[in-house]
Design a protein around this ligand. Structure first.
Ligand code: S3P
Length: 449
């Protein structure tokens, strides 16, 4: 039995975390069940709400973003059972049966909640809705969905020339379009597929690179008339087909597993097994990036569960080298770039990340925040408009850094702090609860001297 170290990881107050580098270093050992996939969890709740009959969800992520989706749907008249239960039940009301809420819907910090729900609300004829979010979400661009929705006939108003929340929506009968999205975004694609589901005729979305395809897979399983064309990265939905409630098993979130994949790769003598992780091809850019960097990761016990491929991932320490990440590889690893920056800072040689300007409009400007916060710890990072150049191999030392209230930054800086000398204070580390409620407990569990 390995010993838990004399606690180098401590909450300094309700929000901030200190990580003290132990004199003899740590290693990570053991097995972790990765919490449910955030993207799949949002969709299971929303599609369940629009289906006829009951949807049973196992493994739903209990992160704050998913709770925001459940709260919005409840305000729209959908019955959803206790989210902490092993199986969560959603009583679907059908495609256009949502109630007009008495108050403003609150999407919290969640871009997926706001953008996908806008697609649903726009098509609820003769009802009026308002939606807002936290400070971060109120500064994120919504015109990327409002523009095509408006082309379909939707009526949506917001600040900054109908771009920023709070937003007001007057539900309408809409007309189908073929939308050529300028960004590869699963939120844009899914928003329009949801609107297309409730609009007579064929709605098509074509994207410049294939974004995550959970909506396509799950809508098909719920009975939607949906076809994909992999040559042109297009998906077409024919409106009007009712959805039928389903049993959904949510795989572990590879974006959450990514923190452990990098942590065990960079901390000598580590070995972790991460169980039941979703390995949907549109999501495994992190495995390809770490493969290029020389990581030692094996994929075990592969199977298909409820339409999504899953596996156990075994990761062992291995010295990493820098690499280049660009194009569709950036799209497939977009949420993992913050933790990839940590891997790159501790790798030998230079890592170049390109085509990642989308990171500037996430929960914070992730390019700028990762560059400034890791540089404070001693990393050498040059910021470019659409990416970063990281000169690896410079030792990190602890100091005060901030998550900027962004869950993925909080967890990335925590992993960096495990390899830093002295003590790191991470302000607002509890932002991790947005996507990984027990992250710090799991860290304690696998951290050994
Ligand atoms: C998501 C899509 C991605 C991703 C986000 C979740 C989804 O955003 O970054 O964390 O569930 O559809 P974009 O659609 O903006 O690329």
């Amino acid at each position: 039995m390995l010993n838990l170290i004399s606690n180098p990881i401590n909450f300094y107050n309700q929000y901030d975390l200190t990580i003290q580098s132990p004199a003899s270093g740590i290693s990570l050992k053991g097995s972790l069940a990765i919490p449910g996939d955030k993207s799949v969890s949002h969709r299971a709740l929303m599609f369940g709400a629009l289906a006829q009959g009951e949807t049973r969800i196992q493994g739903l992520l209990l992160g704050e973003d998913v709770i925001s989706t459940a709260n919005c749907l409840r305000s729209l008249g959908i019955q959803i059972s206790d989210l902490t239960a092993e199986t969560v039940l959603v009583q679907g009301e059908g495609l256009e049966q949502l109630q007009e809420p008495l108050d403003v819907l609150d999407a919290g910090n969640s871009g997926t909640t706001m953008r996908l729900i806008l697609g649903i609300l726009s098509a609820q004829s003769n009802r009026f809705f308002t939606i807002t979010g936290d400070r971060s979400l109120r500064s994120r661009p919504m015109s990327r969905v409002i523009k095509p929705l408006t082309e379909m006939g939707a009526e949506i108003w917001g600040r900054n020339n109908n771009n920023l929340a709070p937003l007001a929506i007057k539900g309408q009968k809409l007309k189908p379009i073929h939308y050529f999205s300028p960004v590869a975004s699963a939120q844009v694609k899914s928003c329009l597929l949801l609107t297309g589901l409730m609009t007579a005729g064929k709605t098509t979305v074509t994207e410049p690179a294939l974004s995550r395809d959970h909506s396509e897979r799950m809508l098909k399983a719920f009975g939607a008339d949906i076809t994909t064309d992999s040559e042109t990265n297009s998906v077409t939905i024919t409106g009007g087909n009712t959805l039928q409630g389903q049993s959904v098993i949510v795989p572990g979130d590879i974006s959450s597993a990514a923190f452990w994949l990098v942590a065990a790769s960079i901390i000598p003598d580590s070995e972790l097994i991460l169980t039941n992780v979703g390995i949907n091809p549109t999501r495994i850019g992190i495995l390809d990036v770490l493969g290029k960097m020389g990581a030692n990761i094996t994929i075990e016990n592969q199977k298909i569960v409820a339409g999504e491929p899953i596996a156990d991932l075994r990761v062992r320490y291995s010295p990493l080298q820098g690499c280049e990440i660009a194009g569709e590889l950036t799209v497939r690893s977009i949420d993992e770039i913050p933790i990839i920056v940590v891997a790159a800072a501790l790798a030998q040689g230079t890592t170049i990340i390109k085509d990642a300007a989308e990171l500037r409009v996430k929960e914070c400007d992730r390019l700028s925040v990762m560059a400034t916060q890791l540089s404070r710890m001693g990393a050498k990072i040059i910021e470019h408009p659409d990416g970063l150049e990281i000169q690896g191999g410079h030792p990190l030392s602890g100091t005060e850094v901030s998550s900027y209230d962004d869950h993925r930054i909080a967890m990335s800086l925590t992993i960096a702090a495990l390899q830093a000398s002295a003590t790191t204070l991470i302000k607002d580390a509890t932002a991790a609860n947005i996507s990984y409620p027990n992250f710090f407990d799991s860290l304690q569990q696998v951290c050994h001297l």
